[in-house]
Design a protein around this ligand. Structure first.
Ligand code: BES
Ligand code: MN
Ligand code: ZN
Length: 487
């Protein structure tokens, strides 16, 4: 799909559909007013009848009554601009909802005419990003695809920059979402590593892949233990983007890449296992963010590290009671093989430390407990460093992605003491499980400023919303791009 910026408002263009805005008070944007006037008040009458509410994300497609110009008008609700929340987040939703509505069948030329409604470069970029994300979903293997990206999408009155940047970030989200939506028979550690290599070539990133023999040399025994029961070999991938001087320490982005989580010997019930192809969403997010950073030319050094393993059941699976020697030297007693993400991350975080990063942000579908605490729409934040957490929270606020910090009191760490090893991989009982998992990770960052983002809830959706398909969401891609841009 081609996106571009054009001058004017598009009202007289012979396109397939023109997207116009309507706010919650029933006020049309200026292009809508023009179309309304040329058609003798046809839109005003529809608004007066209550056919169009202007509720944010409502998208109604109306065939044009006019002889010339667009074949149809898509009236998208822009909602209440004074309602608070993030305007960039609202713009994203408006773009996404409009495009999802238009993607119901193949269309040629679509024009967004919202430049007087969506103002400011950041908001416009997010609208474009939403429009790009709105064209993709989880219909990867349907003979009749549900979503059809139009041949071209033009944004009237937007700058070239906002369209180019919004397209880059939207495509990064779609990359993350595609990798997560692909089943575990397609995306496993080595095929994920291949995707990373391909991406690195396309975006000019340096990519290094550690296979199992390298992982052994590097003492990544916790990561290897998780993957041991799988017929698929484990991997670790390092991606490097240098957007700043060589002497500037990088930001490390670390992702959990469990390409399928059966739970291992502590096996999951069928229902809980069904969507566990999504357990590499953290790793896929790292790929999306670093590719966007490179294509945007962000002036920052970034190293992405993803630990890739498949957690399966076999004769040589790691077992309860096993003691693992992590790369850091700390020993871990395994109390539950389904608490595997933190084991993979223990070694991956240790590799990150070798980069002497200024800060580490890790992303992981780590705990069901985080979903119990915050629900499916909110990411959990955990930190050992207030300023870094504040900058993550600000970046997420700008993107309109809801996040919430959970406490990291010292006494939670008592729960992961082991009688035979330095620590064990679960807390005492299930209460506070998202926090005891974060306390476990904290053991492996050696005091480096660090934020852990538990995306177990928001990374993968059971149900669709007007602005996105069910399945992978690409959560936190926009927020982390903001974080890196903010410097
Ligand atoms: N991958 C799961 C967490 C998860 C749950 C992700 C739901 C997405 C949706 C993780 O590996 C896991 O199984 N965690 C256990 C930890 C427990 C054994 C301490 C959990 O949350 O039950
Ligand atoms: Mn698990
Ligand atoms: Zn898992």
């Amino acid at each position: 799909m081609k996106t571009s910026a054009i001058d004017g408002d598009g009202v007289s263009m012979e396109c397939d559909a023109l997207v116009i805005g309507l706010d919650a008070e029933g006020k049309l944007g200026s292009s809508g007013v023009k179309a309304d006037q040329s058609g003798g008040g046809w839109l005003s009458r529809a608004i007066a009848r209550g056919d169009l509410s202007g509720k944010r994300g409502e998208a109604v497609l109306l065939p044009s009554p006019l002889e010339r110009g667009p074949a149809a008008f898509l009236v998208v609700g822009t909602g209440d601009a004074t309602a608070g929340g993030s305007p960039a987040g609202a713009a994203f939703e408006i773009g996404a909802a409009a495009m999802r509505r238009l993607a119901d069948r193949a269309r040629g030329e679509v024009v967004f005419s919202l430049s007087d409604v969506i103002t400011g470069e950041a908001n416009r970029r997010n609208l474009v990003c939403g429009a790009v994300a709105g064209t993709a979903g989880q219909d990867l293997y349907q003979r009749e695809r549900k979503l059809h990206p139009p041949a071209s999408v033009q944004f009237a009155g937007f700058s070239e920059t906002s369209v180019r940047e919004g397209t880059i970030v939207g495509e990064a989200m779609n990359l993350t979402r595609r990798l997560v939506n692909e089943p575990a028979c397609v995306i496993y550690p080595s095929s994920f590593a291949d995707e990373a290599t391909k991406l690195g070539e396309a975006c000019g990133l340096e990519v290094e892949v550690w296979d199992e023999s390298r992982l052994e040399q590097e003492n990544c025994r916790a990561l290897l233990a998780v993957g041991r029961g799988s017929a698929r070999e484990s991997r670790l991938v390092k991606l490097r983007y240098q957007g700043a001087g060589d002497d500037r320490p990088p930001i490390a982005l670390v992702g959990k890449g469990v390409t399928f989580d059966s739970g291992g010997l502590s096996i999951k019930p069928s229902d809980g296992m069904l969507t566990m192809k999504c357990d590499m969403a953290g790793a896929a997010t790292v790929l999306g963010v670093i590719s966007a950073a490179a294509r945007l030319g962000i002036k920052e050094n970034i190293v992405g590290l993803v630990g890739l393993a498949e957690n399966m059941v076999a004769g040589d699976s790691f077992k309860l009671g096993d003691v693992l020697h992590t790369r850091s030297g700390k020993t871990v007693e395994v109390h539950n093989t389904d608490a595997e993400g933190r084991l993979v991350l223990a070694d991956t975080l240790d590799v990150a430390l070798e980069e002497s990063p200024r800060g580490i942000v890790d992303l992981a579908t780590l705990t069901g407990a985080c979903v119990v605490a915050l629900g499916v729409d909110v990411c959990g934040l955990f930190t050992n460093n207030r300023p870094l957490l504040d900058s993550v929270r600000r970046a997420a606020g700008e993107a309109g992605e809801p996040v919430w910090e959970l406490p990291m009191f010292d006494f939670y760490a008592e729960q992961i003491r082991s009688k035979v090893a330095d620590i064990k991989n679960v807390g005492e009982g299930r209460w506070g499980g998202a926090i005891t998992a974060a306390k476990f990770l904290e053991e492996f960052v050696a005091g480096t400023p660090w934020v852990h983002i538990d995306i177990a809830g928001p990374a993968f959706a059971d149900n669709p919303k007007p602005m996105r398909d069910a399945g992978a969401t690409g959560v936190m891609v926009r927020s982390l791009v903001n974080l890196l841009e903010n410097g």
